[in-house]
Design a protein around this ligand. Structure first.
Ligand code: AHR
Length: 510
């Protein structure tokens, strides 16, 4: 049984103001990172169709998706997995595409992978998008030598691996900053104990060298959700040998059985998801950050939430194991609550990567043949772009809450605010305000004291829809999309925003 206590049917009120004495940190643009795995149609069909495809493309990358990703200023992309990374042998994915060996994608439906999208295709995509590549190394089933050679292949100017790269058509090394040393090493990445993995991290990372001015930011495979022991031991045994430690946190009901439909769910399921991505994620971040603070008060080791998002049942009729799911207004609320939360943690959390960029889990875009739709989550990412590299303004917020319980997650009853807010100051002095009202019934009048001395409201947008299940389809691609918002004003120096029920609003005061 799930239980949700919701408020009365009247308009609610929320107040917020700058939190006295709290320091604001820069919101690294990489908080808005993406994740692209060889899983279902994320890469093949989603990003990549090949040069000979009738689908309009640039060097094999679909034009519609390229443009959509440019419009949200993707700052970093993680690849090739995920679970896939620990079965991936990069040498199979370089050289003439027609000669590349095939492999079975054991994690994801047993689909045969033809390796036509490999290192060159990924790193060239990052260059086209102007984003940082984040490459996950194979620690689970790969060798140290393979890892060492991959780094050399990608980043060295000279030497045997550089020679091979040049033979394969790329003269100059790429710039690769982020390398992941394994993925979910406690699970699909090798079923290891953290004590064992820590030593493997130390070993594999030793041979990930900095070539010719390329400086690697090495990331250790981290905990999932509530596995605080993993973080504790990693901090103790790896410490500052890692620049970053990852954390995976999904908004889903259970790892066994049904996770529930992406487009057909109850109010209770909806509220449970809001509480899990907001209050639930906050608790998890606080606890992992507390552990990291104990070992590294200076914040030298960053926490990277390099997989997050909603995980619902696969769409009926889709290929089992391909994790193709629809994306509704509920997902947009989850995205806004999550991003507002991440803004508060950027002292420690320097990157997050939503899972995944196309056609998998909480994706930005869905594609079918030559068609593409932008999801409600995509629009939240687009509306939030002004926050990249802006300085977070910590707020203290007084708002109504609800309590969500779920019998499949009974250890974690959560009290969640209906309204989530974050604010940031851009380099030019303008102030960005991001709000989400998760309430299915009530609008909410939000009054925020930001100490505004002047300025006017600009670029105000609202994302809302009649129903929490509303989503975009290939037949009706624009059902949920942002619209200009006129419900905000400045009164006695305070920002007053009349938040519709079930909505995300962003605006800038400049
Ligand atoms: O994003 C899908 C999968 O979720 C990833 O491959 C894995 O790392 C996680 O369990």
């Amino acid at each position: 049984m799930m239980a949700v206590t919701v408020g009365a049917d009247a308009q609610k009120k929320t107040t917020a103001g700058i939190m006295p004495g709290a320091e604001g940190y820069t919101i690294s643009k990489e908080i808005y990172g993406q994740f692209a795995e060889h899983l279902g149609s994320c890469i093949y069909g989603g990003l990549w169709v090949g040069k000979d495809s009738p689908i309009p493309n640039t060097q094999g990358y679909r034009n519609d998706v390229l443009q959509a990703l440019r419009d949200i200023k993707v700052p970093v992309m993680r690849w090739p997995g995920g679970c896939f990374a620990d079965e991936y042998h990069w040498m199979d994915g370089v050289g003439p595409q027609e000669q590349r060996p095939r492999m079975v994608n054991n994690n994801w439906g047993g689909t045969v992978e033809d390796n036509s999208f490999g290192t060159h295709e990924f790193l060239n995509l990052c260059e086209l998008l102007g984003c940082e590549p984040y490459v996950s190394m194979n620690v689970g089933s790969g060798t140290v030598e393979e890892t060492a050679k991959w780094v050399e292949y990608m980043t060295a100017k000279d030497g045997p691996m550089a020679k091979l790269r040049k033979q394969n058509g790329r003269e100059e090394p790429w710039k690769v900053k982020y390398v992941g040393v394994g993925n979910e090493s406690w699970g699909c990445g090798g079923s290891m104990r953290i004590e064992f993995y820590s030593d493997l991290y130390r070993r594999y990372s030793t041979y990930c060298r900095d070539y010719d001015g390329n400086k690697l930011f090495k990331i250790a495979s981290g905990a999932s959700d509530y596995d605080y022991n993993w973080t504790e031991v990693a901090m103790k045994q790896i410490g500052t040998r890692m620049k970053g430690l990852s954390l995976h946190y999904y908004t889903c009901y259970t790892w066994e059985g049904s996770k529930g439909s992406a487009t057909n769910f109850s109010d209770e399921q909806y509220y449970w998801a809001v509480a899990k991505c907001g209050t639930g994620m906050k608790e998890v971040l606080d606890k992992h950050c507390d552990i990291m603070d104990r070992y590294d008060a200076k914040g030298r080791v960053k926490l990277l939430v390099d997989e997050w998002g909603t995980w619902w049942d696969e769409e009926p009729g889709s290929v089992p194991g391909h994790l193709y799911q629809q994306n509704a207004m509920r997902d947009a609320i989850v995205a806004a609550f999550s991003l507002n939360l991440f803004h508060q943690y950027t002292k420690r959390v320097s990157m997050t990567n939503i899972a995944q960029v196309a056609n998998v889990l909480q994706s930005m875009v869905l594609t079918k043949g030559d068609k593409m739709v932008l999801t409600p989550t995509y629009y939240v990412f687009k509306m939030y772009t002004p926050n990249m590299e802006a300085v977070n303004i910590p707020l203290s917020i007084q708002t109504d809450t609800f309590t969500a319980e779920n019998e499949r997650d009974k250890d974690h009853p959560r009290q969640s605010p209906y309204v989530s807010i974050s604010a940031s100051r851009s380099k030019d002095g303008s102030v960005n305000v991001n709000l989400a009202n998760a309430d299915l019934k009530d609008s909410n009048e939000v009054t925020i004291d930001l100490g505004l001395a002047g300025g006017s409201i600009q670029d105000a947008l609202v994302l809302t829809s009649a129903d929490m299940k509303d989503h975009n389809t290939f037949e009706n691609p624009f059902k949920v999309q942002p619209k200009p918002f006129s419900g905000a004003g400045i009164k006695n120096g305070k920002l007053v925003v009349k938040m519709p029920r079930l909505s995300v609003v962003t605006l800038t005061v400049r």
